[in-house]
Design a protein around this ligand. Structure first.
Ligand SMILES: NC(=O)c1ccc[n+]([C@@H]2O[C@H](COP(=O)([O-])OP(=O)(O)OC[C@H]3O[C@@H](n4cnc5c(N)ncnc54)[C@H](OP(=O)(O)O)[C@@H]3O)[C@@H](O)[C@H]2O)c1
Length: 317
């Protein structure tokens, strides 16, 4: 059988690297877009199993429509993973976040129509779901929930705004143009890093173990392992019955729960010294994704593999 050719945007990123690895291991031919193919930070991709024969790194920027058309040409499916994920505030949210996320998604989808792509999986986020100040406390959120854009703007939650705007534009485009789009909305992603450079959500866990934070809010958050998100993305692509949005969140934990799991296993790190009262995030249902066949590993396994990966890379030294 002829191997299927697919494109992954932002192939060198934390999540996309795992998506590329799974696709290659399943025999797909992958066009991975990167901004500068000569950059050493993408070396890990070239070392993946089957990469020598089946991975092509293609130079593309989300704001350069023609570069995306060239990367997507000849493919059957597209995984749109690239989007800026900052680890703090950014100097110019419109330029640094909103434009690459929103215009970038529109450009990718237009290029998909042009190339007659059969299905596009767009990686969104729970950031496009949970930011709703009027949501009744304690009530479960599902895929029908959307973040309130005005609330995001007013409260300067620009990353949430970028993901909400990008995903809503994706749905508008899909409906208007009859493109088969499926979106996956992960919560905070942890897990082993394939790439050599640090990404924002891995930094979240590293700082937790390294910085000796004086006082940390005991916030409750949804968390999921990067390998489980990559599996969810493949399910969303491969299952013909997949449609609409999929929340992808495995564990709902407080910061104190993470400390309690890590400390006995790795006592010699510099954990937060004190926790203060934090806020709750709405509880998210991943039932729809589970019905598609999604399963996830335990939080302990995810934490152990994350720490092992940081130790191997010398990040915790
Ligand atoms: N990590 C999380 O906790 C989390 C949770 C929910 C959803 N997500 C979503 O998952 C996706 C991947 O996130 P990640 O955690 O893997 O982040 P990451 O490692 O920072 O990867 C982001 C990728 O986006 C690319 N990118 C950014 N701006 C671009 C532009 N203008 N043109 C081309 N590529 C651009 C980056 O390319 P370069 O390599 O060239 O910089 C990088 O490959 C994003 O859509 C994010 O919103 C992440």
């Amino acid at each position: 059988m002829e191997k299927q050719r697919v494109c992954v945007t932002g192939a060198g990123g934390f999540l996309a690297s795992w998506v590329v690895q799974y696709l290659l291991s399943k025999g797909y031919i992958v066009h991975g877009t990167v901004r500068d193919p000569s950059d050493e930070k993408y070396a890990h991709l070239k070392n993946l199993e089957n990469a020598a024969e089946n991975l092509q790194l293609v130079k593309a920027d989300l704001l350069d429509y023609n570069s995306l058309c060239a990367a997507i040409a000849g493919c059957t499916g597209v995984f749109h993973v690239a989007s800026p994920v900052p680890s703090g505030s950014v100097p110019n949210p419109q330029v640094d976040l909103i434009e690459p996320a929103v215009t970038g998604t529109c450009n990718v989808l237009k290029a998909c129509t042009e190339a007659k792509i059969k299905r596009v999986v767009v990686v969104s986020s729970v950031a496009a779901i949970i930011m709703n100040p009027n949501w009744p406390e304690g009530q479960l959120m599902d895929e029908s929930c959307w973040s309130d854009k005005e609330f995001c703007k007013t409260n300067e939650h620009f990353y949430c705004l970028s993901k909400t705007e990008a995903e809503s534009k994706a749905w508008e485009y899909a409906k208007k143009n009859g493109l088969d789009v499926v979106t996956v909305c992960p919560s905070i992603i942890i897990g082993p890093m394939l790439q050599s450079t640090m990404n924002a959500s891995s930094l979240f866990l590293v700082k937790f173990m390294k910085d000796g934070i004086e006082e940390m809010a005991n916030n409750q958050r949804g968390i999921v392992d990067v390998r489980d998100v990559a599996e969810a993305i493949l399910l969303a692509y491969e299952k013909p019955e997949a449609e609409g949005r999929y929340i992808c969140s495995a564990y709902r934990v407080r910061m104190q729960d993470i400390i309690d799991q890590l400390k006995p296993m790795y006592p010699n790190y510099n954990y937060p010294k004190k926790v203060k009262e934090g806020e709750d995030q709405p509880n998210l249902s991943c039932e729809k994704l589970q019905k598609l066949g999604w399963k996830y590993i335990t939080l302990e396994e995810s934490l152990v593999d994350s720490v092992k990966s940081y130790q191997e890379k010398g990040i915790l030294d």
